[in-house]
Ligand binder design. Structure first.
Ligand SMILES: Nc1nc2c(ncn2[C@@H]2O[C@H](COP(=O)(O)OP(=O)(O)OP(=O)(O)O)[C@@H](O)[C@H]2O)c(=O)[nH]1
Ligand SMILES: [Mg+2]
Length: 280
């Protein structure tokens, strides 16, 4: 049976830990089992219970205090993540192997980890070897979703946005960016492009994004339960979570068949549950 993972990424302060905490609450509310692993060795505080915490393996503060290494915060983080990549057996031990695991990995924000170092790629490959289907969830602050140029910089690496601080007008504005037509956006902004070279570069980036449908955005408002559910559905779909679920035969209730609810008829049974018990 496959296992499922979301790698929750995004710039520092974009809301990764808040997203994980929100998803955990949502999962509890819908009776689904979801766990979180903290992979940020510099994390100080988060509001969710963890099934594993990289700080038990290595901490940025300890690395920075080491007189022989003499790293600052960023060098320290790189050192920690490389140490982690050499010690994946620690993670394997923490994760154990529960069938149908669904785990959120709260990742560090430093972009260098994704652009310059192999560690995150190695992590994905390792998870795949452990039978995980992995989805990357990249968070971008919603403020990046209300202006074309900021959007273009955010679009390089983004999937979700926080929305609750936006005005009604700004929320409307976001809709334009959820399914963007990059070429017409460029036209809206052509007057503000003073430099020809900048215009050419921006057009080339827009063309790349548009022609290859490279990024898909979903709004994420932690105060909107329905919106959270939609985000989870998209992610589940991308990693085919639930494809092994099958419907049970309608359950006949002796007392009063008329009063049965849909839930009685559509109890979800996981493949391989030979005893037929209902699983969350
Ligand atoms: N209003 C609002 N605030 C948010 C939201 N998401 C995060 N925040 C706030 O933004 C700040 C940073 O959020 P975190 O969840 O710690 O962000 P992070 O990406 O985990 O940050 P680092 O781990 O430091 O990179 C916190 O003060 C959160 O309360 C959101 O959807 N709405
Ligand atoms: Mg965090």
């Amino acid at each position: 049976m496959p296992r499922f993972a979301q790698l929750v990424m995004g710039p520092a302060g974009s809301g990764k830990s808040t997203y994980c905490a929100t998803m955990i609450q949502h999962a509890q509310a819908i009776n689904r089992s979801v766990q979180v692993v903290n992979l940020d060795p510099a994390a100080e505080y988060f509001e969710y219970p963890v099934m594993a915490d990289i700080r038990e393996l290595i901490q940025v503060d300890d690395v920075m205090e080491d007189d022989s290494l003499r790293f600052g915060p960023n060098g320290g983080l790189v050192f920690c993540m490389e140490y982690f990549a050499n010690n994946f057996d620690w993670l394997e031990e923490c994760l154990g192997h529960v069938e149908d695991d669904y785990i959120l990995f709260d990742c560090p924000g430093q972009i260098e980890l994704y652009t310059h170092l192999p560690v995150m790629k190695q992590l994905v490959e390792q998870l795949q070897q452990w039978e995980f289907r992995v989805c990357g969830v990249f968070l971008v602050d919603s403020q990046f979703m209300v202006e074309t140029f900021k959007f273009i910089s955010g679009v390089m690496a983004a999937l979700s946005a926080m929305m609750d601080l936006l005005s009604h007008k700004a929320k409307k504005e976001i809709e334009k960016y959820l399914d963007p037509d990059m070429y017409s956006m460029m036209e809206d902004n052509s007057l503000t492009l003073r430099s020809k070279r900048f215009e050419k570069l921006t057009k080339a980036i827009c063309g790349l994004i548009d022609d290859y449908s490279m990024v898909r955005f979903l709004p994420f408002d932690r105060t909107d339960e329905e919106g959270i559910s939609i985000v989870l559905q998209h992610i589940d779909f991308s990693i085919q979570y639930g494809e092994d679920l099958e419907f049970k035969e309608p359950k006949e209730t002796e007392e009063d068949p008329e009063s049965s609810t849909n839930e009685d008829y559509f109890q979800i049974k996981r493949m391989g549950d030979s005893d037929g018990t209902q699983t969350p």
